[in-house]
Design a protein around this ligand. Structure first.
Ligand SMILES: *Cc1c(COP(=O)(O)O)cnc(C)c1O
Length: 345
């Protein structure tokens, strides 16, 4: 290892997930690489996805789009989900980005700046971004994509999914010949009738399951690992870490691991988090601190310099997120900037 805490990104697994999502959905995948590709590194991930055939990408912010354009060069279409904020049209155009317009104000801003290739978001019930179907603009020059977003795609039993799908199909009839993009990761697995013309997955590309739990069809992509800095024998009655968060009722062997909440080991792992170390899953004990966490390795041959895995092939991302009381999306995007990103493939 070249740093105490490392996020290893398996680009071959990323590519495999991309192909799986195209096969399952039956339509082209337009990868979502917002938030630095969910923390994995937008530049490296988007380059590999482009090499696999991806021609269209989504980011959230204009600034993310500018960076992605610099990384990918001219060619791929890059849509900005924020749309075109007041005074921002010049930057969007300069980087040849395509805003996903969400409001009449955004449409006016984009048109006043000369317009050009762009998308429109229809709000089919999430009440987050986009035009209500009744307020959506008619077709206009430059419009080349219409999208909507599912609120409950990770729950196939949720009746809202079909309602949103039908509302989207109806709204999109207004834009004949325009590419229709509907399904995120979860949506791809809801059935081919959720596919429309192109999908927009994020989390399943990066190794999360479509329903918030591990799925055999999705390969792990990211591994967060850290070195053991010190191993100590803690006598009965002693405590470990801040606020005496753990009290040893019997003698324990404790490994201090070089990853804390500044690295993405959420404080909410206390007291249920598990770490793969010494060939088994072992409990995080006491409070996670900023730079380190303590792991109970009683009875194991664990030594300084050994590697502990917070998530990866031995500790599935979705399971790790569940014990931290969160979701894979938040866990990945919480991996801090000081963690070294390393790429395989
Ligand atoms: C983040 C996002 C996605 C990707 O969602 P996943 O659940 O990660 O696949 C797709 N579309 C929109 C509008 C988003 O904001």
């Amino acid at each position: 290892m070249t740093a105490p805490a490392t996020l290893t990104v398996d680009l071959n697994a990323l590519a495999a997930n991309y192909r799986t999502l195209e096969a399952v959905g039956g339509v082209p995948v337009h990868p979502v690489v917002k938030a630095d590709a969910y923390g994995l590194g937008a530049e490296a991930c988007a380059r590999r996805l482009a090499a696999e055939g991806a021609r269209t990408f989504f980011v959230a912010r204009t600034r993310e789009g500018e960076r992605l354009r610099a990384a990918l060069g001219a060619g791929p279409a890059i849509y900005v989900l924020d749309g075109c904020l007041a005074g921002r049209a010049g930057r969007v155009r300069d980087a040849a980005l395509r805003p996903v317009l969400n409001t009449g104000e955004q449409l006016a801003e984009w048109t006043a700046a000369g317009g050009g290739a762009c998308g429109v978001q229809i709000d089919t019930g999430m009440n987050r971004l986009g035009f209500r179907p009744g307020d959506a603009p008619g077709p206009f020059p430059g419009l080349d994509l219409v999208l909507s977003h599912l609120a409950c795609a990770d729950d196939p039993a949720e009746p809202m999914n079909a309602r949103q799908r039908d509302a989207f199909a109806a709204a999109a009839e207004r834009y004949p010949g325009t590419v229709r993009s509907f399904a995120n990761s979860g949506g791809i697995f809801l059935g081919r009738d959720y596919g429309f013309d192109a999908s927009r997955p994020g989390i399943c590309l990066y190794g999360g399951g479509p329903e918030g739990r591990p799925d055999a069809r999705i390969r792990p992509v990211a591994t967060l690992a850290a070195e053991v800095l010190q191993v100590r024998e803690v006598p009965a009655g002693d405590s470990v870490g801040y606020s005496r968060g753990f009290i040893a009722e019997a003698p324990r062997r404790i490994a201090t691991v070089a990853a804390g909440y500044a690295d993405g080991v959420l404080r909410s792992y206390s007291p249920r988090g598990l770490v793969w170390v010494g060939g088994s899953l072992q409990p995080i004990v006491g409070r996670v601190s900023m730079d380190v966490c303590a792991v109970d390795v009683t009875g194991l041959e664990v030594a300084v310099g050994d590697t502990a895995e917070l998530f990866g092939a031995n500790r599935m991302l979705d399971d790790a997120a569940a014990t931290a009381g969160t979701v894979a999306w938040e866990l990945l995007t919480s991996v801090g900037p000081r963690v070294l990103r390393r790429y395989l493939g």
